[in-house]
Design a protein around this ligand. Structure first.
Ligand code: ATP
Ligand code: MG
Length: 242
């Protein structure tokens, strides 16, 4: 029994909601949604933390333009704050160096980060998940008792088929799924129907936003995008009783 597992419960006990932004496929907008969701929630006055769990390809610091701030140590690691978001990522340990990690090492980095980080009181801890439906998802389920999943898909048949597998797996493991967001929509699609067939909430859509890429790294611009407005609507609809 790893003693750090008990510490993790203690570290997360004052966090109301822990949300893993996942989806299975790569490049479907998980990090973009996790970043802008954190930003919007923080602007709305919620206390927010963002954990970048993509240890091999961390990117939320790039999307939010987080630089020149570092964690401090005081009986644990205090995450630095940017735009009101408490932020933790492997970049504070690996810098810009590649961090090609194998399965058990990835689990160990996650355990270590969860055991040392002092999030304090939060309304939301958002976790940006790496692509894939294996180790990372199983690790957060094993390590974070109150984990809930926010699942991203695109209108692509290929993405949707993987997302259905993720949803099925979460259902079998009896893990709470908040719902599905359809990202990069361009026109008519059948995603909503397909998700509702599975009796999972379809939370809303984000259209392909040509201004998004140019706004990366600049939070003021990000907040003005259609992308951010769509996320705001989804938050208002999904967490209005929170
Ligand atoms: N709605 C959108 N409109 C336009 N561009 C978008 C949209 N959503 C995401 N993108 C772009 O798509 C690319 C991939 O997005 P992102 O990195 O968030 O995906 P990801 O699912 O986290 O990828 P990975 O699996 O590699 O972690 C980024 O360049 C981002 O700017
Ligand atoms: Mg990503």
């Amino acid at each position: 029994m790893d003693p750090r597992l008990n510490i993790i419960d203690e570290r997360l006990k004052n966090i109301k909601k822990v949300i893993a932004v996942s989806g299975g496929k790569g490049g479907i907008g998980k990090s973009s949604v996790a970043s802008v969701l954190s930003l919007n929630l923080s602007k709305m006055g919620y206390r927010v933390g963002l954990l970048d769990m993509d240890f091999c390809g961390p990117s939320t610091h790039i999307i939010l333009g987080i630089k020149d701030i570092y964690p401090e140590e005081d009986k644990g690691v205090i995450p630095p704050q940017s735009h009101g978001i408490k932020f933790m990522s492997i970049i504070y340990y690996a810098g810009d160096n590649p961090s090609p990690l194998r399965g058990v090492d990835i689990s160990n980095v996650l355990i270590e980060l969860l055991a040392v980080t002092l999030w304090g009181e939060l309304d939301f801890l958002i976790i940006d998940m790496p692509p894939g439906i294996g180790d990372a998802i199983l690790d957060v389920i094993r390590l974070i008792k109150k984990i809930e999943f926010l699942v991203i898909t695109t209108p692509s048949k290929v993405a949707l088929e993987t997302v259905k597998k993720v949803l099925k797996m979460l259902k079998e493991l009896e893990i709470q799924t908040i719902g599905v967001i359809e990202n990069m929509k361009t026109g008519e699609s059948y995603v909503k129907k397909e998700i509702e067939k599975l009796e999972i909430p379809y939370l809303g859509e984000i259209y392909f936003d040509k201004d998004f890429e140019n706004s990366i790294g600049d939070t003021e611009r990000l907040l003005k995008t259609e992308f951010a407005r769509s996320i705001e609507n989804i938050i208002l609809k999904t967490f209005n009783n929170f």
